[in-house]
Design a protein around this ligand. Sequence first.
Ligand SMILES: C[S@@+](CC[C@H](N)C(=O)[O-])C[C@H]1O[C@@H](n2cnc3c(N)ncnc32)[C@H](O)[C@@H]1O
Length: 472
Amino acid sequence: MEKLRVVELFAGVGGFRLGLEGWKGKSASSNYKKKLDSNYQVVWSNQWEPSSKREGKLQEANSVYHLRWPDTDGSVHFPEDISKKVAPEMTSKEVSENIPDHDLLVGGFPCQDYSVAGVNTKGLEGKKGVLWWNIHKILEVKKPKYVFLENVDRLLKTPTNDRGRDFAIMLATMRDLGYTVEWRVINAADYGMPQRRRRVYILAYHSKSAIKVKDAKEWMLTNGLMASAFPIIQKGGIVEFELNQSPAEITKKFGEGKFFDAGIMKDGLVKMCSYDAGISVEEYKKYSAEYRVLRDVLIDEKDVPSSFIVDGNKPLKQPLERIFLDGFPVDERLDRKGNVVQLTTELHKWVYLKGKKAEERTSSKGVFYYKEGPMNLTDSLELPSRTIITSEGGPGASRFKHLIELQPNVYRRLVPEELERLNMFPTGHTEKGKAGEAEVKIPDAKRAFFMGNALVVGIIEKVGLELNRRVK
Ligand SMILES: C[S@@+](CC[C@H](N)C(=O)[O-])C[C@H]1O[C@@H](n2cnc3c(N)ncnc32)[C@H](O)[C@@H]1O
């Protein structure tokens, strides 16, 4: 059978591609030890970092992508703004020529406001610079049979003044283009993967594709593509409603509220529910054979560079002082004189940032107390890790970066290889890039940034295998 041709948008460092194609023929779920029966070929990919000062192909994510997947006759990477190849104002002919034909469109696109700017003689007019409308244009012109998108789960609830409106606009536009859409919020750790990362995965099937959804409720709960890849147990009732307004009408008012974690829309009828993960611990191995909890991904301690160690005894060059609310309890590891808390070591900064506080600050309106609850100073090695965020890298103390303690009073941050493993990327995937002909080393903080942006590859692999099984 011919391979399914894939276009990977907003590619970052290639999480979708690794899940669908595997790496060197091997699967993420086996930690790249066993063969992946992949039937996918990325024919065109795109990535561009708007805030970077570097040129497209010299941007770090693009340089990693180029090194790992050099261009070939059948696979080209475009390292510039997607809007140069597809934008709502372009003609269908332009888009048709700029983007190759493909069966599956994938991408983890930035979460923005999706509202419709207006409706003109040419049809829907999305807001300029809102990347959903670039995706929408491809769907309109190229009509790929399958679409697989990833986003933060907040997408199902935004904006706050009309919950669910953004996602309802997406659904309505896909309904109008002939797609049945299912979605699922998945926390990778609920299926045995090593990171507690909740993201929404959206799958759409064109009416001309081989996938036919007969009974939408059964599809969502038991026999559908998502339900087979990630079994669920329904929690609470099923909520149903007709999504029959136009995207422009929904922009004015949606009014149905947020979308639930599992759902499907077929012919404008939405069915959705909450759920619990429907697999047993014994089945975790099918999703991730080797990496389950933070301890599993750790590299050998002797290979950890000293810049990742947080020495509990190393004094700060310049001690810091923070003023707390009178009588507010302060972590016992910190020195306190009256309501003045003194930070004299690097570790104190971490303890203070992650700790509970009621700290004196000043605004234009006068003095106030900034309050924050406690976080654990260190991350448990026996659990799947907390979510990696883009600011995970760099030596500075932080409330959100991971910190581990392997021996009493010796702390360290996670190294890039460990962050890669938490996303089930091949170890070392982002170590180097290719700028022109030269190989370049990627700075550690950038590597952490990539992993904060990326996804858990095992999820893509399982969905890819299931899609392939059904369209063979
Ligand atoms: C959420 S990340 C996706 C990460 C990816 N799935 C991975 O595994 O690495 C979104 C990506 O879209 C890229 N991006 C943002 N605006 C873009 C644009 N206008 N054109 C192309 N890519 C863009 C960002 O640089 C970022 O890498």
